[in-house]
Write a protein that binds this ligand. Structure first.
Ligand code: CO
Length: 174
């Protein structure tokens, strides 16, 4: 198990665009494993490689919901969206910041797995939010850039109480 340091605002690396992965090798697998360990340690639901200072298009997600499992997305691309949802978000790179963001209710994403094999996945609700949030990171966008309203800790806590299905993880941070 190896933990990586998480970059936080205003680190300007977080504003940079990540590059495509071209080598699906040991170095990538170590990065993915380290990102997973780091995500677990910080009780987050998703992490992009840029958040640990690696400007590559790599995402690890674990929503804590059994049916989703652990999801690794390399070079992801959203190919279809439907509807909108507006939920409160947080981010491991934006400590103590919470805000509402409009995202698609449904997305279809194509990506590669850790062996370079092309995959597609459909996602709704929380998983659609997390995937959209992480893909934003790959493009140098953090959620306060796209939030339509930021809220304080007290209001964030009240919102979590209203959303009991999201309490498996104490705080949903992507
Ligand atoms: Co984030």
């Amino acid at each position: 198990m190896a933990l990586r340091n998480i970059l936080t605002l205003p680190d300007e690396t977080l504003t940079k665009k990540s590059k495509e992965v071209i080598s699906f090798d040991d170095k990538l697998w170590v990065l993915l494993d380290d990102m997973y360990d780091t995500l677990q340690k910080h009780e987050g639901v998703g992490i992009a490689a840029v958040q640990v200072g690696i400007l590559r298009r790599v995402i690890v997600i674990d929503t804590g919901e059994d049916e989703d499992g652990v999801i690794e997305l390399i070079n992801p691309e959203i190919i279809q969206t439907e509807g909108t949802q507006r939920e409160m978000e947080g981010c491991l790179s934006c400590p103590d910041m919470w805000g509402y963001v409009k995202r698609p209710e449904y997305i279809k994403v194509k990506y590669m797995n850790r062996y370079g094999k092309p995959q597609t996945k459909e996602a709704e609700e929380l998983l659609a939010i997390v995937i959209s949030h992480e893909i934003d990171h790959l493009n140098g966008v953090v959620f306060p850039d796209v939030a339509d309203e930021m809220v304080d800790e007290k209001e964030a806590e009240a919102e979590r109480e209203r959303k009991p299905h999201r309490k498996k993880k104490r705080r949903v941070r992507e």
